[in-house]
Design a protein around this ligand. Structure first.
Ligand code: CA
Ligand code: CA
Length: 299
C-alpha cells in the first residue's frame, strides 16, 4: 500500500512538473511573439509618424510656395524697374526752381539768337513760369497771340541724348486753355496750345530748315493725325476732343516715329528739344503745363 502511495505521489509530482514546464514554455513563446511583433509595430508607427510629419511639411510648403513665388516675382519686377529707372535721363522736372521762377535751364529766341532765359527778355503776352501745385512743380507756358518756344540743346545744355541707347521720349502735360478752332492742318489756323519738338538736323542749300517732328496737343484734330509741312511733321498725341484740364503722360518711340514719317533712320543724336506755345494765327490764349521730360531706354 505504501508503495502504491509513493507511486501516486511520484506520478502527481511528475504531472505537476510537466504542467509547470508547459506553462513556462507557453509564457516564453508569447514573450517571443510579443518581442517579434513589437519592433514591426514600432517601425510601422515610426513610418506613419514620419509620413505625417512629411505631409504636414508638404502642406506647409504648398501653402508657403505661392507667397514665396509672388515675393520673388515682385522683387524681380522691382529690380527690372530700378534698372530701367537708373538708365532714365531727366531733362527737367522743374523741381529745382522756386515757385514762380523762370526755368533757367532753358534757352529762348531773342533777337534771332538763342539766349538763356532772363526776365528782361519777356514780352507782355508770354510767360514761362514754374508753378507749384500739390507739392509738384511744373512749367506753365502762357502765350496770347504769339508763337514762342524754349529750347534745350543736346550735348550743350546739360544733357547727352543718343538714340541708340535712348530711343524713347516721355513727358507729362496738361492743357489749361487751347486756341479756339485751331487746327494744325490749315495754315491760317495753325496754332498749337502745347507742342514739343524734336529737331534732328538742319537741311537746305541756302536756307537751312529744321528737320523736326512736332508732337502736339491739338485743339481739334484727333490723336494719330499726321500733318506734313515738308521737313516738319506734326503728330497729334493729345486732343481737346478728349478734354483738357487733366495731366496726360505721353511716351513716344521717336526712332519709330521718325521712320514712319520720314522713312530711313534718324541721326543718332538729335539737335534739341523745344517746348512750344503757339496762338499767333488765331490770336487767342494758349496755356499749358509741362513736366517730367525724360529720355528712356528701349522697352
Ligand atoms: Ca515736377
Ligand atoms: Ca501758329
Amino acid at each position: 500500500m505504501n508503495r502504491i502511495n509513493k507511486l501516486a505521489r511520484v506520478l502527481a509530482a511528475t504531472i505537476l512538473i510537466t504542467l509547470f514546464a508547459s506553462f513556462f514554455q507557453m509564457a516564453s513563446a508569447q514573450d517571443v511573439q510579443v518581442a517579434q511583433v513589437a519592433p514591426d509595430v514600432q517601425v510601422a508607427q515610426d513610418v506613419q509618424e514620419a509620413q505625417d510629419v512629411q505631409e504636414a511639411q508638404d502642406a506647409q510648403e504648398a501653402q508657403d510656395a505661392p507667397d514665396v513665388q509672388v515675393a520673388q516675382d515682385v522683387q524681380e519686377a522691382q529690380e527690372a524697374q530700378d534698372a530701367q529707372e537708373a538708365q532714365v535721363i531727366l531733362l527737367d522736372d522743374f523741381e529745382s526752381y522756386d515757385d514762380g521762377a523762370l526755368p533757367l535751364k532753358w534757352k529762348y529766341l531773342h533777337d534771332k539768337k538763342l539766349v538763356w532765359l532772363a526776365p528782361e527778355h519777356m514780352r507782355p503776352n508770354e510767360r514761362f513760369t514754374v508753378v507749384e501745385e500739390d507739392g509738384n512743380k511744373a512749367l506753365r507756358v502762357h502765350v496770347r497771340g504769339e508763337a514762342v518756344h524754349l529750347t534745350m540743346a543736346n550735348e550743350e545744355d546739360g544733357f547727352d541724348w543718343d538714340l541708340t541707347s535712348h530711343p524713347r521720349l516721355a513727358w507729362d502735360w496738361r492743357a489749361i486753355s487751347l486756341p479756339e478752332n485751331a487746327r494744325e492742318d490749315k495754315k491760317n489756323l495753325n496754332d498749337t496750345g502745347a507742342g514739343l519738338y524734336v529737331i534732328y538736323k538742319f537741311e537746305g542749300f541756302i536756307i537751312k530748315k529744321p528737320k523736326a517732328i512736332k508732337y502736339v496737343y491739338s485743339s481739334t484734330l484727333p490723336v494719330g493725325t499726321v500733318v506734313s509741312y515738308g521737313k516738319l511733321k506734326v503728330i497729334v498725341v493729345s486732343t481737346a476732343a478728349d478734354g483738357i484740364g487733366e495731366w496726360q503722360h505721353i511716351e513716344r518711340d521717336v526712332v519709330a516715329d521718325y521712320r514712319e514719317v520720314f522713312g530711313g533712320d534718324p541721326p543718332d543724336r538729335p539737335l534739341s528739344i523745344r517746348l512750344w506755345g503757339d496762338s499767333d494765327n488765331t490770336g487767342s490764349l494758349a496755356e499749358a503745363d509741362f513736366d517730367n521730360i525724360r529720355l528712356l531706354p528701349p522697352k
